[in-house]
Design a protein around this ligand. Structure first.
Ligand code: ZN
Length: 206
């Protein structure tokens, strides 16, 4: 614990030296333009993926970058829904990045049908539909990659089930992005609606 605290102090001291003027300004309020929804995996650093500075990206993370659909929020699954409401209706972010990643443990558990504790089982059920349309002939590694991409698309669908998100997107006030981050190459593949596939590209500027 001491080591973690020391590391945190050292990092904060370095950040403070670099960004003290910015942080003083941000102390009065935040105006992020992007909401990032990603996996809780310890290997992922959203600010690294987005090359973002403090104050630019509002973030929520959970196992397997899941957005429970709107009807689940109405039943009381409000953790992600509350973030969406705050980010879209109050902060008025212009972009939502839904980012999956390679070698995702949550997706591996789903792909292999592992027996899980009730909380994990219920949570990953919000991603189970992603398995339905995978080509049967895929081998293990390719199957996992395809599942990770299918899950990103499913969670984008869930995002659009929230009426205020669908409306903001229709009105051109909000853009939704489906990404997969590769842990090995540190690059992002982004879903291209027109091509109906994921295309290798660098993160956009935020
Ligand atoms: Zn993950």
């Amino acid at each position: 614990m001491d080591t973690l605290l020391e590391q945190t102090r050292a990092t904060r001291a370095a950040c403070f030296r670099d960004e003290s003027a910015l942080m003083a300004q941000l102390a009065h309020g935040q105006h992020p333009t992007v909401l990032y929804i990603g996996c809780a995996d310890s290997r992922i650093l959203p600010s690294h993926i987005l090359d973002a500075h403090p104050g630019t990206v509002f973030t929520t993370r959970n196992i397997a970058n899941i957005v429970p659909p709107y009807k689940a929020m109405q039943r009381g699954e409000t953790a992600v829904g509350a973030v969406l409401e705050y980010a879209v209706l109050h902060l008025k972010v212009q972009d939502i990045v839904l980012c999956g990643h390679s070698a995702c443990g949550g997706m591996q558990a789903l792909a292999h049908g592992h027996a899980l504790e009730p909380g994990l089982q219920a949570w990953l059920a919000y991603a189970s539909e992603a398995q339905e349309h995978l080509p049967a002939e895929l081998e293990d590694a390719a199957r996992l990659d395809a599942l990770i991409e299918a899950n990103v698309l499913l969670q984008l669908e869930h995002l659009r089930s929230y009426p205020f998100i669908a409306e903001a997107e229709r009105a051109g006030r909000l853009r939704l992005h489906g990404w997969v981050y590769d842990l090995v190459t540190e690059q992002v593949r982004a879903y291209e609606e027109a091509e109906e596939c994921f295309i290798q590209e660098l993160p956009f500027d935020v």
